[in-house]
Design a protein around this ligand. Structure first.
Ligand code: KMH
Ligand code: ZN
Length: 292
């Protein structure tokens, strides 16, 4: 597979709508963003949701409605965040899986996260991994520091491969408290990823100003890309990001320059071992002029 998997992480749990008016926080905004990003070349959407006051929430009803709406309107792989916000309790984070996404994130360790702590105890990691195995949800293992790759190796050795049998890792680089967003750190991770099960793939995202070096390093090292306003709010020096689409379009451009064009959602499913969705996107099988 020579193409590039492009994940869009449009919202996150850290930025406020007041500070960042372009952040998609309502279901309508999220769905519209997802559709546009899919048209540009994204194949996965990494989802955090907000409540009526635009605050991060893991409300079960909203999560289910979000999964249904994204499936209805897009062909993207829907990946719910089980990380939530640093304040979310473990039980609520585990319950995210009850919303039956095709994928969910699964972080491999505790990390200082700016002024907060993103807590991921070993027992909780095991719970997430084994619940996802039971439910047939494909994990994306989130890695904030080098040693978390060794934790993943231990997890897979003790509890076996994830649903779908394929291991996919996302390097989240440049979080204040985690590994730096540099080419050197990415290469160090890539060396350890070689010790994971054969065929393991990785994507990478650089927080803030590390977005460009991480994107370029990932493409050069054979990795995939995650971009979006969860991770980056500045497009260039003194230039706020206008939209998630702007970030996806830039990633698509770099991927094409690297001769590794974006994978379609169907190709991404094949790569990651994600089954085709039970509910077909509404656009499939629709002929021109048929009712919407
Ligand atoms: N919001 C961070 C505390 C994930 O989505 O799994 C955790 C996070 C990771 O964003
Ligand atoms: Zn996230």
């Amino acid at each position: 597979m020579t193409g590039t998997l492009i994940t869009v992480a449009p919202t996150g749990a850290e930025s406020s709508k007041t500070d960042v008016p372009a952040l998609p926080v309502t279901l309508d905004e999220l769905v519209a963003t997802a559709k546009e990003c899919e048209a540009l070349g994204a194949s996965i959407v990494h989802v955090h949701i907000r409540d009526d006051d635009a605050r991060p929430t893991l409300d079960q009803g909203r999560l289910r409605a979000t999964v249904a709406a994204l499936r209805e309107s897009t062909g993207l792989i829907v990946q719910l965040s089980s990380g939530g916000a640093v304040t979310d309790p473990e039980a609520d984070r585990l319950a995210v899986l009850d919303a039956e996404p095709e994928m969910a994130s699964c972080t491999m360790g505790t990390v200082n996260f700016g002024d907060g702590v993103f807590l991921n105890r070993w027992e909780f990691i095991v719970d997430l991994h084994t619940r996802m195995q039971e439910c047939g949800i494909v994990p994306e293992y989130e890695i904030f520091d080098l040693g978390q790759l060794t934790t993943l190796q231990r997890l897979l050795g003790k509890y076996g491969l994830p649903a779908g049998g394929h291991v996919h890792v996302d390097l989240v680089m440049g979080v204040p408290g985690g590994m730096p967003g540099t080419a050197a750190a990415l290469v160090a991770c890539e060396q350890v990823i070689r010790d994971l099960p054969e065929g393991t793939t990785f994507s990478a995202t650089g927080i803030g100003r590390s977005t460009l070096p991480v994107m370029l390093a990932s493409l050069a090292a054979g990795g995939h890309l995650r971009v979006g306003m969860e991770d980056t709010l500045t497009y260039g020096k003194g230039r706020p990001v206008e939209s998630n689409m702007q970030l996806v379009a830039r990633a698509v451009g770099f991927a094409q320059l690297a001769q590794r064009p974006p994978l379609t959602p169907a190709q991404a499913r094949e790569l990651l071992g994600v089954p085709h969705p039970a509910i077909q996107p509404a656009t499939l099988g629709r002929t021109e002029g048929s009712p919407q």
